[in-house]
Ligand binder design. Structure first.
Ligand code: SAH
Ligand code: SF4
Length: 365
């Protein structure tokens, strides 16, 4: 079998190489992998970080995913929805703090009123900022027409994690009913891409029953589908969910963190020009988790701008950080930490996925 250093010198990685890299246990090998990924990022993107302001505007959800703390079946959750006025206030804060875009995320709501509301919000956000201001949506599965209406209203990016590319595993972590079909998730992702969004997906890492081969297949899935942006992070248990009962079978947290860093690093090597987010879930395991993600090849951070009073109710998993802070306190410490690892926040650049631009350019030829 090839050694890690031999693999890292290859021009193209095979599936076996990816499995070998994800299986690293030696600290020196992990360091070599991360260093290689960082050198790829330096060449394609530079030591630059793009910020997107995350607004978790509602925890109302029609779905009941077996891993998620705000699943509809969790009766202990206090449900909330921000008003348009509250959302626009956050947008204004982001705009004034030199953010070039925001991410609107919520539980999955799927009805004509919701479609209309989001359409109106997109228009309102453009009016409050400028037409170029980037709006990313992360609102789950919707119909083709709904995705299209939001795109036409001005949203440029959509995040829909596939969660796992293994259909069998997908079935084990979701209820067995029409609302939670793997095929529907896949169809949505295809619709999003077809409509012309910068398309984002991702997976959870360290799920119960998940193998290293599954994770290698996830990276293959992302590459084969020509994805522009990826957000992936460790699966973290939540006591109010059915999957919690498997908590003793999971990888220890530090190993889940290291595996997540290796996933980011291998993905950066496989797809040098995409945007990769360093997620809050990494920061949940260690305070500098997101900065470690940057050092492994990620280039996007999504600071949480949700008003403090709602943060304690958007708990997808236990021990979520910064839930008792207001956005501006978090921003100062984040900027310092990013500087500390030798990276720079890009305030004057929309930070569109270079992969997307290349993909569009090739299609236009
Ligand atoms: N409802 C939308 C967006 C909000 S959930 C959707 O599902 O697409 C956003 C992401 O949070 C999910 O895609 C999932 O990958 C992640 N998530 C949910 N529960 C989690 C957990 N217990 N650990 C880690 N990530 C989780
Ligand atoms: Fe709802 Fe998204 Fe959580 Fe599933 S992961 S229960 S769709 S918020």
């Amino acid at each position: 079998m090839a050694s890690v250093s031999e693999i890292l010198n290859k021009v193209e990685l095979s599936k076996a190489d990816v499995i070998r890299l994800l299986s690293i246990t030696e600290a020196s090998e992990q360091e070599a992998l991360l260093k290689k990924a960082y050198s790829v990022k330096e060449k394609t993107i530079g030591r630059n970080v793009y910020l997107r302001g995350l607004i978790e505007f509602s925890n109302c959800c029609r779905k009941n995913c077996l891993y998620c703390g705000i699943r509809s079946g969790n009766a202990k959750v206090t449900r909330y929805t921000l008003t348009d006025k509250e959302i626009l206030k956050v947008v204004e804060f982001a705009f004034n703090n030199r953010f070039t875009g925001i991410v609107l995320q919520s539980g999955e709501q799927n009805n004509p009123d919701f479609t209309k509301r989001i359409k109106g919000l997109i228009t309102g956000i453009k009016e409050a900022t400028n037409p170029e201001f980037r709006i990313t949506l992360s609102l789950g599965e919707q119909s083709f027409d709904t995705y299209k209406a939001w795109f036409d209203a001005g949203a440029q990016r959509y995040l829909l994690r596939i969660e796992t590319s293994n259909e069998e595993l997908y079935k084990r972590i979701h209820p067995d009913n029409e609302l939670h079909l793997f095929k529907a998730r896949l169809q949505s992702l295809e619709d999003i891409q077809k409509i012309g969004y910068q398309t984002g997906t991702g997976v959870m890492i360290g799920l119960p029953f998940q193998t290293i081969e599954d994770l290698a297949n996830d990276l293959w899935f992302i590459k084969q589908r020509n994805i522009d942006m990826v957000g992936m992070g460790p699966y973290l248990e939540h006591a109010g969910t059915p999957l919690f009962r498997y908590k003793d079978s999971l990888l220890p947290l530090t190993e889940r963190l290291n595996l997540s860093l290796r996933m980011i690093a291998v993905l950066r090597i496989l797809m040098p020009y995409i945007n990769i987010a360093s997620t809050t879930a990494l920061q949940t395991i260690v305070p500098m988790g997101r900065e470690q993600g940057l050092m492994a090849g990620a280039n996007v951070i999504m600071p949480n701008l949700t008003p403090g009073k709602y943060r304690g109710y958007y708990l997808l998993y236990d021990n979520k950080p910064c839930i008792d802070e207001e956005a501006d306190e978090c921003l100062d410490c984040l900027a310092n930490r990013i500087k500390m690892v030798g990276e720079e926040i890009m305030y004057n650049d929309y930070g569109d996925s270079r992969h997307y631009k290349n993909r569009k350019h090739a299609a236009d030829q």
